[in-house]
Each structure stands twice: as structure tokens, then as C-alpha cells.
Design a protein around this ligand. Structure first.
Ligand code: ZN
Length: 159
């Protein structure tokens, strides 16, 4: 039973009690007992509604605490192009970044793996969970080929 139902039951119970007070002495005991049972039922209904409301209030308080904690956590992170950095008290970044996509979509804090730039391959971070890659730097230049194909075999006519 919800709160409105509980208030309704309590109101009906009070009405019944008022009616009982007005009843004169000529009322028979059976009628009186019947009315008292009705009052007890209404009181039980309103008690149940209050217990349900108390339970829901506790659940809501827990949920509020959880959301407040998330807000606090969120404030201690900084996103940069999908890389989520934890900040220390002075606002400096601490350690390797986490995957912002996984944090936002799945509420998970997962470290990203860094891959250094190689010749022809850019530096990037990879999330092992969602596989997102975030490029962080240019590729290293490819070393020049040791000898161009043509020079190894000479030019036509040199034989
Ligand atoms: Zn991810």
C-alpha cells in the first residue's frame, strides 16, 4: 500500500471511531464489535503503508548517497578526448588514464593501455574492454629503405 492509501485508511479509521462515539447506548454489541473490527483493519492498513513508506525512504536515502558519491567521484576526474584522468587535491593528474566510455556507459573504472609511437604507427591508448583507441601522438618517421630496389639491381644496361 502506498502513502496515499495509508492516509485514506487512517482517515476512514478515524471516521469510524467518530461514528462509534456518537452511537447511543441502544446499539447492540454485535454491531459494536463489527465496527471495531473495521477500525482495526483500517489501522493495520495504515500501519502497513507507513512500514512500506519507511522501507522506500531507506532505499531512496541509499540511492541519494550512492549518487552523491558518484558526483564526488566524477568531480575528481578530468576527461580529455576520452581519456579519463584522476586528479589529486591540487588538480594535478595522477597515473595513467581510465576509459571514459566505459566509465560513462558502464560505470566501470578501467585503465587504458598505452602503446608508444613506432615508425609509421601513432602513439595511442587502448581500452581492453570496449576496444576504443585514442591516438595521443604522431607516428615516428619510417627509416629510409636501406637501398632502393632499382639501385640494388642497377639500371638497365649496366650489365
Ligand atoms: Zn572502454
Amino acid at each position: 500500500m502506498d502513502i496515499i492509501g495509508g492516509i485514506g485508511a487512517a482517515t476512514e479509521g478515524l471516521k469510524l471511531l467518530n461514528e462509534l462515539r456518537k452511537i447511543d447506548k441502544e446499539v447492540d454489541k454485535a454491531e459494536l464489535k463489527l465496527r471495531l473490527v473495521e477500525v482495526a483493519d483500517k489501522l493495520l492498513d495504515s500501519k502497513q503503508a507507513l512500514q512500506d513508506a519507511q522501507e522506500r525512504e531507506l532505499q531512496l536515502k541509499d540511492r541519494i548517497s550512492e549518487l552523491e558519491q558518484k558526483l564526488t567521484d566524477r568531480a575528481s576526474f578530468e576527461d580529455e578526448n576520452g581519456l579519463l584522468f584522476r586528479k589529486d587535491a591540487s588538480g594535478g593528474r595522477v597515473g595513467e588514464p581510465y576509459c571514459n566510455k566505459c566509465y560513462v556507459l558502464e560505470d566501470k573504472l578501467l585503465r587504458m593501455r598505452h602503446f608508444a609511437a613506432k615508425p609509421g604507427a601513432k602513439a595511442y591508448y587502448l581500452c581492453d574492454s570496449c576496444k576504443v583507441t585514442i591516438v595521443t601522438g604522431p607516428a615516428l618517421p619510417r627509416p629510409p629503405a636501406s637501398k632502393p630496389y632499382a639501385s640494388r639491381f642497377g639500371r638497365g644496361g649496366d650489365f
